[in-house]
Write a protein that binds this ligand. Structure first.
Ligand SMILES: [Zn+2]
Ligand SMILES: [Zn+2]
Length: 275
């Protein structure tokens, strides 16, 4: 299995997973051509596209879904609330299973759990490959619900929101109402909350944590990574902590065996060297 974050932040999010010659996209928050270009840059071709799984309807996650699905003639998978908010989600939309269930999409198995974010019926997702690698994708979390925490146990790679530094959010440029929305229990996860969640979810199979959806105003890659690395160090975590960027795809993590992970990082990536 290969996975690449094609971009992440308030201006667009997409994660591409590829195994057995098929690609699955989690979110499509860029236009279809931008998604194809970013996937190519990341070294994970989109075609053939088995489907697009949407976490929720906000434009930074769903903007390109309908057009890309039409271009690749593939289904869009989402919760009932998300599909409703997207006016049905297109002719080939399919409901994600309720929490506790699983859906097979080609060589991928997808499970979902409701998040507390301020959208119609937002979810975090976990995708398992035939080889048993489990990838968790959880952003726009608000606060981590019990269902989300259960869904994300035993992941090989955890892609987790680290939206803001709490001090930078308090002292940053946003008006009080926006600060309250971002930092509230239906908004976004702070670095501190992401660090606590990553530490809680750190199990023997966890090989890499990728931090997503960093605020460009109220966070930096260094602050986010420092918080999460410190928390994971206490759990004796020996894997990698990477930070996804809004502008540049983070290419491409390859998981080859049950516990072997080979990382190929982009030359100009925003991730500081490992300590
Ligand atoms: Zn978002
Ligand atoms: Zn959102």
């Amino acid at each position: 299995m290969k996975l690449a974050v094609l971009g992440s932040g308030s201006r667009g999010n997409a994660v591409a997973l590829r195994t057995q010659g098929h690609t699955l996209l989690v979110d499509a928050g860029f236009g279809p051509r931008a998604l194809e270009r970013r996937a190519e840059e990341a070294g994970v071709p989109l075609a053939p596209l088995a489907g697009i799984v949407l976490t929720h309807e906000h434009g930074d996650h769903a903007r390109g879904a309908a057009a890309l699905a039409a271009r690749h003639d593939c289904p869009v998978f989402a919760s009932a609330g998300t599909l409703h908010a997207l006016a049905g989600g297109g002719p080939r939309s399919i409901l994600l299973p309720p929490y506790g269930g699983a859906l097979t999409i080609g060589p991928f198995t997808v499970s979902a759990a409701r998040t507390a974010h301020d959208a119609r019926e937002p979810v975090a997702v976990a995708i398992t490959s035939l080889a048993g690698h489990k990838i968790g994708v959880a952003y726009d979390l608000g606060r981590p619900t019990a269902a989300v925490r259960h869904l994300l146990r035993d992941c090989s790679v955890l892609l987790l929101e680290a939206n803001h530094d709490e001090v930078l959010l308090r002292t940053g440029p946003y008006p009080a109402s926006v600060r309250q929305r971002i930092g509230g229990s239906t908004g976004h996860l702070s670095n501190r909350a992401a660090a606590a969640l990553a530490a809680e979810l750190c199990g023997p199979r966890l090989e890499a944590v990728v931090l997503l959806h960093l605020s460009e105003q109220c966070n930096t890659a260094v602050l986010a990574r420092r918080a999460v690395v410190a928390a994971l160090r206490e759990r004796q975590f020996r894997g990698r902590v990477l930070v996804a960027s809004q502008t540049t795809p983070l290419a491409a993590l390859s998981l080859r065996g049950p516990s072997q992970l080979t990382l190929a990082l982009p030359a100009a990536g925003p991730t500081p060297p490992a300590r």
